[in-house]
Write a protein that binds this ligand. Sequence first.
Ligand SMILES: C[S@@+](CC[C@H](N)C(=O)[O-])C[C@H]1O[C@@H](n2cnc3c(N)ncnc32)[C@H](O)[C@@H]1O
Length: 255
Amino acid sequence: MAFPATWLDLREPADRQARDGALLQKAATAAGPCPLIVDLGCGTGATMRAMSGLLPGGAHWRMVDSDPDLLARIPAGDGITLHPGDLGDQARLPLDGATMVTASALLDLCPAYWIADLAVELATRSLPFYAALTFDGAMEWHPELPGDAAVTAAFNRHQQGDKGLGAASGPEAATHAVELFDAAGFVVHSAPSAWQLGPDQRELQVELLQGIATAAAEAGCEATKTWLQSRIAAIAKGACRVGHTDMLALPPRAA
Ligand SMILES: C[S@@+](CC[C@H](N)C(=O)[O-])C[C@H]1O[C@@H](n2cnc3c(N)ncnc32)[C@H](O)[C@@H]1O
């Protein structure tokens, strides 16, 4: 599944605003005095940028993604290495020597088995895991419009389709991740990190609505075209909330 850099650029300020600040700070601390962080599904490096001011100087990053166009936008060198590859093969993840693993806007694309395997692997290595901005299935608009609930339900069904690693966790990812990392022995902290979008974020909202409508139509929802037109028309005087969850899983030694 491809994520255009234009979409990642568009969402990054909203993501930055939505991240739970206390959890982000706690994650930066958990990375230790000489951080070597492996960012899974790094895209163009949003998590690295979000954490950069909070880490001690000299932090190293290993950026893992299957999309070479996104990796090409990351300035490699100076402690940053690029690792093109598929996350499906967890045995090949560059985890040796790492002090922390991160991800953002990724877990809802991943099947429960993949999250469970990752939890076991990171527990074996006693590595903290910071996973931000996992979509939780909740979308609300004001004013409400007919079709909101049906489109949301269809979109969430679509989110549970195969995004490359098998049937994705979609809206259940955040809950699954907390349970699976807890079961693997981590001390798990989580916090809401919803997007709260207003008329000022029109471009992001239009792109978001188009993506939702396309996915909902693919999942069998009818009348998404009318819904999309009405929703776009309502942006100027409305508000939108998209639910996300941030999670920090700490191995017992770091909790
Ligand atoms: C929604 S984007 C998030 C990107 C970035 N973490 C951010 O917050 O802006 C999901 C990222 O995961 C990557 N990705 C998805 N499935 C993957 C897989 N199986 N192997 C490697 N990367 C994958 C995509 O290429 C994309 O960069």
